[in-house]
Design a protein around this ligand. Structure first.
Ligand SMILES: Nc1ncnc2c1ncn2[C@@H]1O[C@H](COP(=O)(O)OP(=O)(O)O)[C@@H](O)[C@H]1O
Ligand SMILES: [Mg+2]
Length: 366
């Protein structure tokens, strides 16, 4: 059996680690010859030919070539369904689709240009303007009225008074079997995930929203849904990720990780349910060329992606910390944050937030 992954970042790398002991051939395609997944995966040079030769095709993130995904969909090899990818190619389409499914989202509107965005922002009080495409980890987002947005059209939405951010990662097999990993509580700085903790609680309606999204085009694979809980008690879906997700990296400490379940589901194997789940934290290693490995290993397990170079905010690796108690796990996560980012946490290594406009090519998110 041959599985092709479009995109070769750390998510594809970790899928490959999970697939390595399974009876399958694992290929990845990425325009960057130094992509992390090539530490493990076979290199697929010509993506269309690789689709022809693969039994199944999946993708590790949204910014892949849609034409290749389309080609795989036409051969009925792509999982999850292409419509989830199309939705993620445009935040405005994402919002419309979620609302159509009856899933609550922050109040939003479309601005044709920056001036219109500022006018709309007045209506919302405080607002966030987002590029419909090309943004990630907080890039392409502007706080209004303080910042001046660029480009257009822009998705303009209310600034949510967030009490808590959590996510639910779910796996769905081709037989329709669904498993929800316990929700994770996520901590962001400047729009980028810094650390998270699981298991946490989520209200029943959150699971219903995830089910609706899974049912929309009969999802196959792992899906992540990011939620806001605001100070008035509203539960809103911020965005979805039709793939394995950074907020699910903690599941590597279970006996059925998101990566294993994604690979299993897309090749038609039944999904697995982890047997036991310890209180687990995940701390992202951002922007560092080399990790303080000895110190971090006193606290937990280090995963290093082997990227060719470090840049500010770039996800270079992560540490997973699992202990018998929530208190101990969180205490160790705080220590890891101190080791990595020092006293200046949370501001350190975070800049620059917006990529220079002059950059000719888009910077990949890994
Ligand atoms: N409307 C909003 N109100 C308040 N905070 C927001 C809003 N939109 C985004 N954020 C913050 O920025 C983070 C990243 O935004 P998100 O839309 O998830 O973009 P990305 O695709 O970069 O993850 C969120 O997790 C949240 O912390
Ligand atoms: Mg997000």
């Amino acid at each position: 059996m041959r599985l092709l992954v479009l995109g070769g970042g750390q998510l594809a790398l970790m899928m490959c680690w999970a697939a390595a002991r399974m009876p399958m051939e694992f290929l990845a395609h990425d325009p960057d010859p130094r992509a992390p997944a090539y530490r493990c995966a076979k290199k697929a040079e010509d993506p269309l030919r690789a689709v022809d030769e693969a039994d199944y095709v999946t993708y590790e993130f949204e910014n892949i070539d849609e034409a290749v995904a389309d080609y795989a969909q036409r051969q009925r090899k792509l999982r999850p369904h292409i419509d989830y990818l199309k939705l993620k190619k445009n935040r405005i389409v994402e919002r419309e689709t979620l609302e159509g499914l009856g899933v609550p989202v922050p109040r939003w509107a479309v601005a044709r240009n920056p001036t219109e965005a500022l006018e709309l922002a007045e209506k919302f009080g405080r607002a966030v303007a987002k590029w419909p495409a090309g943004g990630y980890d907080g890039k392409g987002q502007y706080l209004l009225p303080r910042e001046t947005p660029e480009g257009g059209p822009l998705l303009v939405e209310e600034y949510v008074d967030i009490k808590r951010e959590f996510s639910i990662v779910a796996a769905r097999g081709e037989d329709g079997d669904v498993y929800f990993y316990p929700p994770a509580e996520n901590y962001y700085v400047d729009g980028i995930l810094v650390w998270n903790y699981a298991p946490t609680e989520a209200p029943p309606e959150a699971y219903r929203y995830v089910e609706k999204i899974l049912g929309w085009r009969k999802y196959v694979g792992v899906l992540a849904v990011e939620f806001f809980e605001d100070r008035e008690g509203r539960i809103l879906v911020n965005e979805i990720a039709p793939r394995v997700h950074n907020t699910g990296h903690w599941t590597l400490e279970t006996d059925a990780s998101q990566f294993e379940n994604h690979v299993r589901a897309v090749v038609g194997l039944p999904i697995k349910r982890p047997q036991a789940i310890a209180p687990t934290a995940m701390v992202n290693i951002l922007g560092l060329a080399t990790p303080p490995i000895r110190e971090l290993e006193q606290l937990g397990k280090v995963y290093w992606y082997g990227k060719a170079e470090a840049r500010p905010r770039r996800k270079m690796g992560h540490v997973n910390i699992a202990t018998p108690t929530a208190e101990e796990t969180k205490a160790r996560a705080r220590t890891a944050l101190k080791i990595l980012y020092g006293r200046e946490f949370p501001r350190l290594v975070m800049r620059p937030r917006t990529a220079p406009r002059a950059a000719a090519e888009p910077v990949p998110p890994y």
